[in-house]
Design a protein around this ligand. Structure first.
Ligand SMILES: Cc1ncc(COP(=O)(O)O)c(C=O)c1O
Length: 363
């Protein structure tokens, strides 16, 4: 089992071409987090059934715990957050209906290909820090504007592409009010919902209360190996269960994975503030290196680094950083994304800042 810090020497397991390093500081994503020892113990002890035959006690327990945490009548366990968002769309938006999303949201930028299956039309609305422009939303919902009826509005928090930002609760309420007036349901892509709740200092249910359905990813900062929840009204979740089977997302002894999810819900939300604090320290350290780099001030665990003033593009930066044992992800040619998570401790943050600094030294 990999150690809790998750940093190992030698060639990187996922990036053989990256070359050896004494310790890897892997800032590519919080999805890299490995299960905790308590998760492994819970997996070994999990009572199992056959979810395809309608009963896996551990999956049921996870779904009950998820519904309680999110303050919804029911929840469904799915293999991924992408599938949770897809099923939410299928349940609520009909074919030939429009799904209105913030233009940089994950459901728009990374998942809108699902429209080829759902028959819906994804419409991207420009936003600021992940919050849709409300006037543009009003224009999009105006029935005289298009022959397409809007079937669903999608929100996202924390907002991945905006840099882990948390659109204010008031924004969510404003969208909700407009949606209610138009009779349109709202889905929240809450892949990192608990990070948002920690940032706002409110229970996750307070955010979920502003929407009809909500997804929550267990495999990101919460450290479970896989899976996501979709929560909402019981009638809708029953329909989601039927659609999950249709998509091939129903699994048998799924309690193996759900057990880790149960442990994640019970214990991992309480430590997310550590990831947020380390992201802030990382950002401050990078901004302290001079004018070549400009790091976003994070609200949660994602830092975006603008490289343009260094005149070195993201591909070259990735290579220089990998040679120093640091892994990041590009966001286009002039930006990097750095994500803090359970395997990034204070020492790793300081070492990452030093690695960036050393890349800037005249060679
Ligand atoms: C905001 C957001 N939604 C959905 C997803 C998809 O999650 P999954 O990889 O579990 O399908 C991601 C993954 O990065 C995400 O960041």
């Amino acid at each position: 089992m990999q150690g809790d810090r998750g940093r190992t020497g030698g060639p990187h397991p996922d990036r053989p071409g990256a070359g050896p390093a004494e310790t890897w500081i892997d800032l590519r994503s919080d999805t890299l987090t490995r299960p905790t020892p308590a998760m492994y113990a819970r997996i070994a002890a999990a009572p199992l059934g056959d979810d395809g035959l309608g009963h896996d006690p551990t999956a049921e327990a996870l779904e009950e715990a998820g519904a309680a945490l999110l303050g919804k009548e029911a929840a469904l366990y799915l293999p991924s957050c992408t599938m949770a968002n897809l099923v939410a769309t299928l349940c609520q938006a009909g074919r030939q209906e429009q799904v209105v999303l913030e233009a940089q949201s994950h459901m728009y930028t990374a998942e809108r290909g699902a429209a080829t299956f759902t028959g819906t039309f994804p419409l991207g609305i420009a936003g600021t820090d992940g919050a849709m422009d409300l006037q543009r939303l009003a224009d999009a919902l105006w029935p005289g504007g298009s022959s397409l009826r809007t079937g669903l509005i999608g929100l996202e928090t924390t907002h991945n592409n905006a840099g882990g930002t948390v659109p204010p609760l008031d924004h969510m309420r404003a969208v909700r009010t407009m949606a209610l007036a138009a009779g349109i349901p709202v889905h929240l892509d809450g892949a990192r919902l608990l990070n948002a709740a920690v940032h706002l200092g409110v229970p996750a249910a307070a955010l979920a209360a502003e929407v009809d359905t909500v997804s929550l990813c267990l495999s990101k900062g919460l450290s479970a190996p896989m899976g996501a929840l979709l929560a909402g009204p019981a009638v809708l979740v029953a329909e989601a269960r039927r659609l999950r089977r249709m998509l091939g997302g129903t699994q048998r002894q799924v309690g193996i994975a759900a057990a880790a999810g149960l442990e994640a819900l019970a214990t991992m939300g309480d430590r997310l503030h550590e990831d947020h604090a380390r992201a802030s320290r990382l950002s401050a350290g990078l901004n302290g290196l001079g004018e070549m780099l400009s790091a976003s001030i994070p609200q949660t665990n994602i830092v975006q680094v603008d490289l343009s003033r260094s005149r070195i593009d993201s591909a070259a930066w990735l290579g220089m950083l990998a040679a120093r044992g640091v892994l990041a992800r590009p966001l286009g040619p002039w930006k990097l994304r750095l994500v803090t998570h359970r395997h990034i401790d204070d020492g790793a943050v300081e070492a990452a800042i030093r690695a960036f600094g050393s890349c800037l030294e005249p060679g």
